[in-house]
Design a protein around this ligand. Sequence first.
Ligand code: NI
Length: 173
Amino acid sequence: MTVLPIVTAPDPVLKKKAVKVAAVDDRVRQLMDDMLETMYLAPGIGLAAPQIGLSERVVVIDIGRSEENRQPLYLANPEILWVSDEDNIYEEGCLSVPEHYAEVTRPKAVKVSFLDRDNNTVEIETDGLLATVIQHELDHLDGVLFIDHLTSLKRNMILRKLLKQKKEAAADK
Ligand code: NI
């Protein structure tokens, strides 16, 4: 497996609508495995293909957090079928928005359909943290970051800091 570099905001690939994969074939399976490895190492609990610079509708999630507790979810071409009226608020972060966290309000429960690692169509209904992570990752496929759910004042403050960090990192090279 290969650990891939993670793209951080601001970057055009993070704002782009990703395209569907034709099927989960060996190439997509390899991509899913590499993304999962990258996510575990980061460490994170979700990663979408645009975050490694690939504009395709592929996501990996594992909210298990510990090595003994691993429960990876592989999603290709995911679609939200239903969301609850009731909302939840979680403090969210993102590997593409390093070191920034903010509370985001989203529907508490979702029903989602996707192709799994074996190219089978799967439907799951879930709530709590997993429902939030699914919505956060699916947003990435449509070029939306969690900071896009904040006020423009907060968003611009975070983006300015990220841009500054990027410039400083580039200058150090
Ligand atoms: Ni994210």
